[in-house]
Every structure is written in structure tokens, then in C-alpha cells.
Design a protein around this ligand. Structure first.
Ligand code: FAD
Ligand code: NAD
Length: 474
């Protein structure tokens, strides 16, 4: 019989769960959070944060190729020490995850270390590593158990040197070569990272294109840049099996053109993620409504079971940390009696390749279908002083404007795209028109001027490219 009682219990402490817990505590709830493995979840431990730390290392190393142009002469070619880079990444992860621990304390949230199992009466049982159990009850439960790498049932997928985004962060040395299976966000970000630290990289993607949701022109430019850098991107290549070939791995693909094989020291599986329903077995037996392996929720993040909410990668979700966090806040608001609804109209998508990519809203085809009068223009980074000054002139900002002057979508490839996209997100969320952004003074010299210029361009009045000259996208 449970003797402890909480207003809100959160299962899983990723960016969905820990944010939900904090929001509920802010609203006066007595909150418990249960975590079976690591505070901060996938994002802080094996996802967003370690990947961005390693991408930062890789980008700094990549920038060494051009420091000679800046008058910086390195006495000798730079060398790369993998174990020091991994130690840097570990320090970043530790700092961020201990930060979550401190936030839990600061908000009086009780942390239970162990596997949480939940039933429909909202009794939570925590199984600890030492074999002991604890049990408590909660008025409201927020399920935030996230996702794990999808490992397809493919011959050789569990073999030597076959890694995934949970297991790729502590390699002893730089792989001489690596094959990324899947040209989605994980495959391409990690391809960029491994290539910059010295691996020979091949990406195998079964679809006709990598990064399927990315704007066609943006993708074409990225593929051109990555290919020039030596990354071999092979599309229409479905990986069927992996096997040992001496010290190497051999990957077999099929396509219209028949079978092909590719060799590499490592194989990175990046073929998507699946919802993690560990600990939710009772709930599923008791009728928790599921949709293709994910928990079905409404716009208040309520499941079909009273008092039980679900958020983040466990739900149909976007597979994005910031969406998980917003869903966490929404679920906590509703759990505490403040009605709140999720709205997915404006979800920024950041991709940390170099150059970076970010987009929000509709793509060109979707926009033209919604509004045949929609206008599309691009403005190149090569015409922005700050971009030229920092030597980052590849790419452009593409704006899609609706007939009332509203922004329907924006796509950026270039320096700091993942930060700059927020200006478009705010404009779209606040229903600003292009005139309102144009009337806002942007500081000089900054990359943000590129955003205003892209909007001027879609209005047919760019300042820093000629009036008749179409903006050069590439
Ligand atoms: P998770 O972060 O997966 O957390 C779930 C937590 O629940 C885990 O800690 C797990 O141990 C715990 N748990 C599960 N079951 C139980 C149980 N029964 N009891 C107790 N605890 C349990 N997103 C971005 O927005 N930007 C990025 O740059 C980005 N980069 C990424 C890079 C990589 C390599 C990967 C893999 C993902 C990346 N993502 C990124 C996606 C992002 O990590 C996820 O969308 C996000 O972590 C989802 O958050 P969540 O809270 O739903 O779940
Ligand atoms: P994904 O679904 O984005 O891409 C997987 C790719 O693998 C697809 O293009 C698919 O066609 C391909 N594929 C599947 N089976 C294959 C096979 N047998 N052979 C060849 N190709 C195959 O999944 P992901 O890249 O694993 O990312 C998972 C999640 O993590 C996504 O939801 C993503 O949003 C999130 N994430 C986000 C960021 C970011 O926001 N910057 C970074 C990393 C991950």
C-alpha cells in the first residue's frame, strides 16, 4: 500500500519530463520525478548536448583549413586527440545533467532513481537498482519516457563495430572510415562530425533524398558542400545486411540498380527512433490508447486514461527537445487546472551541420498549395557584411510570404541559422507582417540583417543585391 502521495508524478527526466516537473512545481504542486538511467534523458546524455559538443569540436577543427587566409599560421598541421575531445564532451554533459539535478532540488522536486511503472489508478512503483521497491500515488501522472534508437531486424546489426546514437560517443580513436546508415538528421549531423575529425564517411539513404523534410534548394546546396568535403552520399540505397569483412565491416544495399557493397571500419545505425514504453506495460494492458507504438494524446497532452498525460518522443511528437519541453509545460499547466493547448503551427527545426540549416512553417510546395499568391525569394549570405567578415558566405535565407504579408515559412542555410530562425518563429507566432519586420531596426553588422534583407527581397526591394538581379541562391 502506497503511503506517499504527490500532486504530480513525472516518469522520465528528459527535456519533456524535467521541464514538466519544474512547471508543475511553479504552479504549487508537490512533485516527484522518476528516472531509471540519467537525469536529462536522451537529450542531455546521448543526444542534443553531446552531439553539439562534438560538432563544436569538429567545426573548430574544420575551420583550421582556412585559418591561413586570416593570417594565422599554425606552426604545424593541427593534430586531434580523440580522448581529450571525449573528455570535453563528458564535462559538458556532466555540467548540464548536474544542472538538472540542482533545478530539481531548487524546485523541491523529489527525484526517485529507478524504473517507474504506472497503473491506471496512478500508483507509481519504482524499482531501484539494488532490487528494492518504493511505491507512491499521484493525482496526476505525466508520462515522459522518451525514445530509443530503432534497431531494425537486419542481419549483422548487433555485430562488432556497429554503433548507434546511444553508443557512438566514447570511441577510443577516430574511425578510419564510417558508414552512416540513414541520411536523416542524426546520420547527417554525425557524418559532418566524423568527416571533420578525419574519418572517411559514407552515408547510405534508402530514399531518393537525404533529410527528407528539408527544402529542396537548401538540401541541394548542403549535399554539394558535403560532397565537396569528401562525404560520399549515396541515395536510393536500402541497407539490407551488415557483416564482417576481415577487420572491416561490409554493408550490402539494394536499389533499382541491384546490389552494392560498401566497406568501412564502423557502421552507425541512424534509421530513426522508437517510443520507449518501458514501465507502461500495465497502462497499455489497462487500455492506454496507442497509435503505431506511440501514446495517443489530445492537444492538452491528455491520454484517454483520466489524470494521465503523455509528452515528448513517447507521443507522436516531432522528435525535438524543444517540442517535448513545450508539451511538458502544457501537460503540467493542464494537470494543475490551468487550461492550455499545444499548437504545432510554428515549430522551428534546427540542423547542426556546418553550414547550419533551420526552417519553420511551410515549404514552398505546401505554401503554394495553401495560397497560390504566395511569394518566395532568397537572399544570399554573400551580400551581408557580417557573414563576409567571418568568412561564412555559403547559403541563403528563403522567405515565403502569404497574400496578406504574413510569413508562411522560412528556410535558412548558413551561419548561425539555428539561432536566427527564432526571429521568424516569433514573427509567425505573433502574426507579424513583413512590414513590421522591415520597420524594425536591425543592428549592423549582424547576421540578423540577412533576415530583414530576405524579407525586403520577398517585397521586391532588397538593398544589398541589385533590383533586377534575382537573389542568387547558390
Ligand atoms: P528523452 O530525452 O528520451 O528522456 C526520457 C527519459 O525517460 C530517459 O532519461 C529515460 O531513461 C527515462 N525513462 C524511460 N522509461 C522510464 C521509466 N519507466 N521509469 C523511469 N525513467 C524512464 N532534438 C532537438 O531538438 N535538437 C537537437 O539538436 C537534437 N539532437 C539530437 C541528437 C541525437 C544524437 C539524438 C539521439 C536526439 C537529438 N534530439 C534533438 C532529439 C531529442 O533528444 C529528443 O527529442 C528529446 O530528448 C525527447 O525528450 P523526452 O523528454 O521526450 O525523452
Ligand atoms: P530520421 O527518421 O530523421 O531519419 C532516418 C533515415 O533513415 C530516413 O531518411 C530513412 O529513410 C533512412 N533509412 C531507414 N531505414 C534505412 C535502411 N535500411 N537503409 C538506408 N536508409 C534507411 O531519424 P534519425 O536521423 O534517426 O533521427 C531520429 C530523431 O532524432 C528525429 O526525430 C530527429 O528529429 C531527432 N533529432 C533531431 C536533431 C535536431 O533537431 N538537430 C538532431 C538529431 C536527431
Amino acid at each position: 500500500m502506497a503511503n506517499k502521495h504527490y500532486d504530480v508524478a513525472v516518469i522520465g527526466s528528459g527535456p519533456g519530463g524535467y521541464v514538466a516537473a519544474i512547471r508543475a512545481a511553479q504552479l504549487g504542486a508537490k512533485v516527484a520525478i522518476v528516472e531509471k538511467q540519467y537525469l536529462g534523458g536522451t537529450c542531455l546524455n546521448v543526444g542534443c548536448i553531446p552531439s553539439k559538443a562534438m560538432l563544436h569540436v569538429a567545426e573548430v577543427l574544420h575551420s583550421m583549413d582556412t585559418v591561413g587566409d586570416l593570417g594565422i599560421e599554425l606552426a604545424q598541421p593541427p593534430t586531434f586527440n580523440m580522448s581529450k575531445a571525449v573528455a570535453f564532451k563528458d564535462k559538458v554533459v556532466k555540467r548540464m545533467t548536474s544542472g538538472v539535478g540542482s533545478l530539481m532540488k531548487a524546485n523541491n522536486i523529489e527525484v526517485y532513481d529507478g524504473l517507474g511503472t504506472v497503473d491506471a489508478s496512478r500508483t507509481v512503483s519504482v524499482q531501484k537498482e539494488d532490487g528494492s521497491h518504493e511505491e507512491f500515488e499521484a493525482d496526476k501522472v505525466i508520462l515522459a519516457t522518451g525514445s530509443v534508437p530503432l534497431i531494425p531486424p537486419m542481419p549483422g546489426v548487433d555485430g562488432r563495430n556497429v554503433i548507434n546514437s546511444d553508443t557512438c560517443w566514447n570511441l577510443p580513436s577516430v574511425p578510419e572510415s564510417i558508414i552512416c546508415v540513414g541520411g536523416g538528421v542524426i546520420g547527417i549531423e554525425l557524418a559532418c562530425m566524423f568527416s571533420a575529425i578525419g574519418s572517411k564517411v559514407t552515408v547510405l539513404e534508402m530514399l531518393p533524398n537525404i533529410l527528407a523534410p528539408v527544402d529542396e534548394e537548401v538540401r541541394r546546396l548542403l549535399v554539394r558542400i558535403l560532397t565537396k568535403r569528401g562525404i560520399n552520399i549515396v541515395t536510393n540505397a536500402r541497407v539490407e545486411s551488415i557483416e564482417d569483412d576481415g577487420e572491416q565491416k561490409k554493408v550490402k544495399t539494394t536499389s533499382d540498380k541491384g546490389e552494392q557493397t560498401f566497406n568501412g571500419e564502423y557502421v552507425l545505425m541512424a534509421v530513426s527512433r522508437r517510443a520507449n514504453t518501458m514501465g507502461l506495460e500495465h497502462l497499455i494492458e489497462q487500455g492506454l490508447d496507442m497509435d503505431r507504438g506511440r501514446v495517443r494524446v489530445n492537444e492538452k497532452m491528455e491520454t484517454n486514461l483520466p489524470g494521465i498525460y503523455a509528452i515528448g518522443d513517447l507521443t507522436k511528437g516531432a522528435g525535438l527537445a524543444h517540442v517535448a519541453s513545450t508539451e511538458g509545460e502544457t501537460a503540467a499547466d493542464n494537470a494543475m487546472g490551468h487550461e492550455s493547448h499545444m499548437n504545432y503551427d510554428v515549430v522551428p527545426n534546427p540542423i547542426y551541420t556546418f553550414p547550419e540549416i533551420a526552417f519553420v512553417g511551410l515549404n514552398e510546395a505546401q505554401a503554394k498549395e495553401k495560397d497560390p499568391e504566395a511569394r518566395v525569394e532568397r537572399f544570399p549570405w554573400a551580400a551581408i557584411g557580417k557573414a563576409v567578415a567571418i568568412g561564412e558566405t555559403d547559403g541563403f535565407t528563403k522567405v515565403i510570404r502569404g497574400k496578406y504579408g504574413e510569413i508562411l515559412g522560412a528556410h535558412i542555410i548558413g551561419p548561425d541559422a539555428t539561432n536566427l530562425i527564432s526571429e521568424f518563429s516569433i514573427a509567425m507566432h505573433g502574426e507579424l507582417t513583413v512590414d513590421e519586420i522591415i520597420d524594425t531596426i536591425h543592428p549592423h553588422p549582424t547576421l540578423s540583417e540577412g533576415i530583414r534583407e530576405a524579407i525586403l527581397t520577398v517585397e521586391g526591394r532588397p538593398i544589398h543585391i541589385g533590383p533586377k538581379q534575382p537573389a542568387r541562391a547558390r
